[in-house]
Design a protein. Structure first.
Length: 94
């Protein structure tokens, strides 16, 4: 299964590109999109976008949070975030 890591990286690239598009970013805004999910290290968003690096679970969770419009967690935002989670549970049961 020598090609599996390469496939995973490419899938991550496609996922990141799809998320960027859904968020309204274009191919010239890779760094800006990366900043939105906390990718502060220079060049990391570009490496993901080019399929040279996989997305971590943490990065995927950050992408979901940003897509859902959630604020960064803090003690002050905890209840609002928990409320969103509770509402999602209700919607899933419908």
């Amino acid at each position: 299964m020598d090609g599996e890591p390469k496939i995973e990286k490419m899938l991550g690239r496609l996922d990141f590109a799809a998320w960027m598009e859904k968020m309204g970013f274009n191919g010239k805004q890779v760094g800006m999109a990366g900043s939105a999910i906390g990718l502060a290290a220079e060049g990391v968003p570009g490496r993901i976008y080019r399929g040279e690096r996989e997305l971590s679970e943490t990065e995927r969770l950050a992408m979901a949070a940003v897509r859902a419009g959630l604020p960064a967690w803090s003690p002050q935002t905890d209840q609002a975030i928990a409320d969103v989670g509770a509402m999602m549970g209700i919607v899933k049961r419908l």
